[in-house]
Design a protein around this ligand. Structure first.
Ligand SMILES: [Zn+2]
Ligand SMILES: [Zn+2]
Length: 346
């Protein structure tokens, strides 16, 4: 099979022909039809993720067709259209048994703990516990965007921040996660505020449902600008980028008893950011992480899509080929692309 492959962190990946995978007893092999390009792939390629063992094939936001299933798999068979959350649970640890597969103690992450989906085929373990049947109405490219950024944003907004209609929601960073969070918050009847340093991304965010936009380069104090628009601060705030500055502002711009959700990764030298802890205590702020979403929660997201209230296809930027994905991955940290890039040609 053709795949993107690297033997050293930070060195240019190459497109190689590799042996095709075979399914484990509890796993499947999926023919990849679409796979999204994400900043987490860039972090992995840079060597920031301790789960990755070299040599490696990246890619974790995927959708495709089951090619072969292991003999213990009962819910999926060859030909089924599927997607999978990027954090897959083992099915038997305490967290999995309590329905929190997104923080499984022995998680399976294609593209991190195992070879991923920047390839014609990918092997996925624990298929019955983690795969999601895709309705015909959802295209593979759209489904690929669900597995990481859209689903993660869905959990961050609905389950972690518990956003309600009428609340102000600040969203720091208008890449794939941020645009998704804005669309989801708007669908819940909340008032999302988009924050970014690119006017083009802010204009796109308004189309996704942002009721106000702040260019972080054009104001002296982002948190103050949010407080002015919201009359005292956001009820909920999401750091969708992952940087010390956006994390700090996202907590700082909250009103009393507000909720901050950290979605953007902070790894390497950014792993221990400054937090305005006096405000967290005095204002009883809540700080959450958000890490993927359980397969069983896809039902709620897919029904909002079927009803037309969520349109994740609108956050897809460009569809590219496997070769084009190499420079795109290497430039991911400084990407100026609007929306999510998805590999649809292998
Ligand atoms: Zn588990
Ligand atoms: Zn991702």
């Amino acid at each position: 099979m053709r795949a993107m492959y690297y033997e050293a962190f930070g060195a240019a990946p190459e497109i190689r022909t590799l042996p095709e995978p075979t399914p484990t007893a509890n796993g499947v092999v999926v023919k990849v039809e679409a796979t999204g390009l994400c900043r987490s792939d860039w972090h992995g390629w840079m060597g920031h993720d301790p789960d990755i063992r070299l040599p490696h094939v990246p890619g974790h936001e995927l959708a495709g067709t089951v090619l072969a299933a292991g003999k213990a798999v009962t819910r999926f068979k060859a030909g089924d259209r599927v997607t999978v959350p990027f954090v897959s649970g083992c099915g038997h640890c305490h967290e999995c048994r309590s329905g929190n597969q997104q923080v499984c103690e022995e998680q399976f992450q294609p593209g991190f703990t195992h070879w991923g989906s920047f390839a014609e085929y990918v092997a996925l373990d624990h298929a019955d516990q983690n795969l999601v049947h895709l309705p015909e109405s959802v295209s593979f490219a759209t489904a690929a965007s669900l597995g990481c950024r859209f689903a993660t944003s869905f959990r961050a907004v609905c389950d972690q921040a518990k956003v309600k209609g009428g609340e102000w929601v600040a969203v720091h960073g208008c890449g794939g996660v941020g645009l998704s969070a804005i669309m989801i918050a708007a669908a819940l009847g909340a008032n999302p505020i988009a924050i970014d340093i690119s006017e083009e991304k802010l204009a796109f965010a308004r189309k996704m449902g942002a009721v106000a936009a702040i260019n972080a380069r054009a104001v002296a104090d982002v948190a103050e600008a949010v407080r002015e628009i919201t009359g005292g601060g956001a009820h909920a705030s999401i750091d969708a980028l992952g940087s010390p500055a956006t994390c700090f502002n996202s907590i700082k711009n909250l009103r009393r008893r507000g909720r901050h959700v950290q979605v953007g990764l902070m790894l390497g030298e950014q792993a221990t950011p400054q937090i305005p802890m006096a405000q967290v205590i005095g204002h009883e702020l809540e700080i959450y992480g958000s890490h993927g979403m359980q397969a069983w929660r896809y039902d709620a997201m897919l029904s909002m899509m079927a009803a037309g209230r969520l349109q994740p296809d609108r956050v897809i930027g460009r569809e590219i080929g496997l070769e084009e994905a190499v420079p795109a991955l290497m430039a991911m940290d400084t990407a100026t692309d609007l929306g999510i890039s998805v590999i649809t040609r292998f």
